[in-house]
Every structure is written in structure tokens, then in C-alpha cells.
Design a protein around this ligand. Structure first.
Ligand code: PEP
Length: 280
């Protein structure tokens, strides 16, 4: 690996159904007031209502990518309450999260709709952030890896290998997410991250952009999670909803980002489609 080809550590937060426009502005202003540690690729997934206003607050050259927490696969039409990829892009999204377990549980998201959304995102030059993860009962029966393998294979089924190499994957075991989540141990996470790495590497014919971990990540466990060689970043909910918490996490992850050892490619505003060689 040459100094100019160090992979950044991805650290991002989804605000889920939180923040008014004023609250979103306060978060962004606090975040922009501190230097982003080098080697960290930051991303923020505001609610739709705040996406455009957050975009207008984040300078063009800021190393902060923005995304939507969901978008529909259809280009336009009679889909009350939905927004299209084109609309999300227009509002400032570069990333499109899809398949979050809360959307699967409460809003009928399935592996098939995740696949359609991933393909639609790619068609608009957006980067799908595909979430996978097993429920507790499946893990207790020893089925976590098989469950995630199937989720992933279906999610990627409408993408060509070169497209798969550009996606972001987030492993988020359902039992580890949210207020009642039980933080996972590295021993629980590592085998699934290795499995994901295998599946996506085969499907893409090479490495993918990044595989992230999410689920009760905090300053307590972030460094341990990132010590896994197949984990390239973090998707954080509650611990990053206050800018101060997010900033603390970014600082904590900086020593793991290769900062000082070389130059990572960090993107602002747009995340280009590139060859896999340039991603590593
Ligand atoms: C999530 O729901 O994607 C998430 C990572 O949440 P939390 O960090 O709050 O568990």
C-alpha cells in the first residue's frame, strides 16, 4: 500500500427521526468549528427535512458527506410520503442508507426492496449504504453468518461487480442497536465482518469501498471495534446525536486512520465512482 492509498476510517451518524432545522444547524455549526482529524471520512445522514439546509451550511470543500436515511427505487410518481433518489440527490445526498433494521421492522423494507433501492441509487450516481444484521434469536441459534450472507447476496443482486465495489456496507446486529441494544463484543462482530468481507469481495471481484459496524458504538468501544481488520468505519446513532459526542468519536478514531502515515483520499460533497485500486 503506497502512502497515497491509505483507506480512510469512515465515521458517520444517522440522526434518525431527530432534529428540527435549528437543531440541525447547531450541530453542523459545532462540527464545522473544529478541524476534522485527517484520515477520517465523515458522513451525516440528517432527516429529509434538514438535508438541504444542512447542505447549504456545509462548505463545498468540507470533508463531510451527506446522505439520506432512505429513498424510493422509482424515479418519480404516485408514492405518497416517499422521496426519490433524484430528489435526495437534489437535496444534497451523496449516500443513500437502505435496509436499516428499523425500516425493515416498521416500514416493510425487505431484502428485495433493499436490492431495488441499491440499484436505483447507483443509477443516480449515489452510493448505497446497505445495512444488514441479524435478530437476537437468529444469533442465539448460531445462524448470524448465514442470515447476513443471504441479506447481503440479495441486496447486491441487482448490481454489477464494478458497482458492488463502490458500495458501503454496514453490519448492524439488531440486538445491538438503539436504546435497548446490548453492545456487541469484538468476538461477536469479527466473524461476521470477515464473512461480509468474503461475500462482497467475491461479488465485487475485489475489495469494496468500506464495511462499517454499527450498534451502540460509543467512545467506550469505538477503538476496539475498529481494531478488527475487516472493519473500516463506524455508523453511529445515539452517541453522535450531539455534535460534542460526534467530535469526541472523530478524535478517538483519528489515530486509527493512518493519519501521519500517509494521505488518505477524503471526499467532500461528491464521492466519485473509481476503480477499486484507488480506494485502498
Ligand atoms: C443505528 O441504529 O444505526 C445505530 C447505530 O444506532 P445506535 O448507535 O444508537 O445503536
Amino acid at each position: 500500500m503506497t502512502p497515497s492509498s491509505i483507506r480512510p476510517v469512515w465515521v458517520g451518524t444517522s440522526w434518525k427521526m431527530n432534529k428540527t432545522l435549528a437543531e440541525a444547524a447547531t450541530f453542523v455549526d459545532e462540527l464545522l468549528a473544529v478541524p476534522i482529524p485527517s484520515g477520517i471520512q465523515v458522513f451525516v445522514l440528517p432527516p429529509y427535512t434538514a438535508l438541504a439546509s444542512v447542505r447549504s451550511r456545509v462548505p463545498e470543500d468540507s470533508p463531510i458527506l451527506l446522505g439520506a436515511q432512505n429513498a424510493h427505487w422509482a424515479p418519480e410518481g404516485s408514492w405518497t410520503g416517499e422521496i426519490s433518489m433524484r430528489m435526495a440527490k437534489d437535496a444534497g445526498a451523496t449516500l443513500i442508507e437502505t435496509g436499516h433494521s428499523e425500516r425493515r421492522e416498521h416500514f416493510g423494507e425487505t431484502d428485495r426492496t433493499v436490492a431495488r433501492k441499491a440499484a436505483a441509487a447507483v443509477a443516480y450516481g449515489l452510493i448505497p449504504l446497505i445495512c444488514v444484521g441479524e435478530p437476537l434469536a437468529v444469533r442465539d441459534e448460531g445462524g448470524a453468518e448465514d442470515f447476513v450472507r443471504v441479506q447481503l447476496q440479495i441486496a447486491l443482486s441487482e448490481l454489477a461487480p464494478a458497482e458492488i465495489s463502490q458500495v458501503l456496507i454496514a453490519y448492524e446486529p439488531i440486538w445491538a442497536i438503539g436504546e435497548h441494544g446490548i453492545p456487541a463484543t469484538i468476538d461477536q462482530v469479527a466473524p461476521v465482518m470477515a464473512l461480509i468481507s468474503d461475500v462482497v469481495t467475491v461479488a465485487a471481484g475485489g475489495p469494496v469501498r468500506a464495511v462499517l459496524y454499527g450498534g451502540s458504538v460509543s467512545t467506550q468501544n469505538a477503538r476496539e471495534v475498529l481494531s478488527d481488520p475487516n472493519t473500516h468505519g463506524l455508523l453511529v446513532g445515539r452517541a453522535a446525536w450531539q455534535a460534542s459526542g460526534f467530535i469526541e468519536l472523530l478524535k478517538l478514531c483519528a489515530p486509527l486512520s493512518g493519519a501521519g502515515a500517509g494521505q488518505s483520499t477524503i471526499y467532500s460533497r461528491t464521492l466519485p465512482w473509481t476503480t477499486t485500486a484507488a480506494l485502498l
